[in-house]
Write a protein that binds this ligand. Structure first.
Ligand code: BMA
Length: 301
């Protein structure tokens, strides 16, 4: 198995949240000074999402905080772009700040928001870094050729591809280019989107992405992996032919949205293993482990 699902999944459920929520899922993940921090999406009873922090010393047993750390209404002049909720945070570190890209959802439809924090308590909101409709944005964790880079998914009505762009300051973006489109007639037929922030490896940037295929009224969300050139990240070195994570277990098959595995956070350990924090059926938080070497091999096989 390329990814080993933890035997006691899910590792976090609504039962762990000390106040009323519909679901807790799709966390961004970081490891800082030996502590694992998950920035979790919680869907409130209203159906609108906020963020909640969970902390752990072993990456498995998490303690969930007792109130949200960031809500849609804490976006000041940008509140109108987050009115229907904030979703699916991806976190990267530059200097002593964590930068978070996430979906702001409103009547304008999804767009990409950028926030910055040093402690996951106070957040500086930089505002939208895309127009609608766009989501699934992850920033590369290092500058490449002196510029910041991000991947995202402009979800125009007729196309569902992953795009790349670059910026001198993380606020103003350009150099837009399409890098990966769905493989027609496969598990990712309908649309793809970047999942986790890239991890630097000797072989290239490793990225998890999600692929979707619809069957009648239902859809299947699975996860694949791709490897991008270190200095020219628009060059795709390889891509898995088969998904690396698929919904199989009850906790992935049945929930608010059936048959979904979705990940926007992972932690690379110094021993070459990787902890993938993913969600089953948009309802819980699960753990799967793998290695950098296996993921690279799956992209180049
Ligand atoms: C995507 C996002 C995710 C969600 C997934 C499956 O479009 O909205 O938040 O987990 O769909 O429902």
């Amino acid at each position: 198995m390329l990814m080993d699902k933890y035997s006691e999944n899910p590792i976090i459920t609504v039962a762990d949240v000390p106040f009323r929520v519909n679901s807790i899922f799709n966390p961004g993940a970081v490891k800082a000074n030996g502590e694992y921090i998950l920035l979790c999406r919680i869907e409130m009873p209203t159906g609108r999402s906020s963020f909640l922090v969970a902390r752990s010393t072993d990456g498995i047993k998490f303690k969930v905080e007792d109130k949200p750390c960031l809500t849609p209404g804490e976006h000041g002049v940008y509140n109108k772009y987050t009115e229907w909720g904030i979703e699916d945070p991806r976190v990267v570190q530059f200097g002593d700040s964590w930068f978070i890209t996430y979906t702001g959802y409103s009547k304008f439809m999804p767009l990409v928001m950028l926030a910055e924090t040093k402690d996951f308590k106070e957040f500086k909101i930089h505002g939208p870094i895309s127009e609608p409709s766009n989501k699934d944005c992850a920033i590369f964790p290092e500058k490449i050729n002196g510029r910041f880079w991000k991947m995202d998914r402009p979800s125009a009505e007729t196309r569902r591809d992953i795009w790349l762009s670059s910026s001198p300051d993380m606020i103003h973006w350009g150099n837009y280019q399409m890098i990966i489109e769905p493989e027609v007639g496969t598990w990712e037929n309908d649309k793809i989107g970047g999942s986790t922030p890239p991890i630097r490896t000797d072989a290239g940037w490793l990225v998890l992405y999600h692929g979707v295929r619809g069957f009648g009224v239902s859809t299947l969300y699975k996860i694949g992996c791709t490897l991008l050139d270190i200095n020219e990240p628009w060059k795709v070195i390889g891509k898995t032919k088969e998904p690396v994570l698929t919904p199989e277990m009850d906790y992935e098959r049945t929930g608010d949205v059936n048959n979904v595995v979705f990940a926007n956070g992972w932690v690379a350990e110094s021993d070459g293993t990787v902890k993938v924090y993913y969600s089953g059926a948009d309802t819980n938080i699960c753990l799967a482990t793998t290695t950098i070497d296996e993921l690279i091999a799956s992209c180049t096989a």
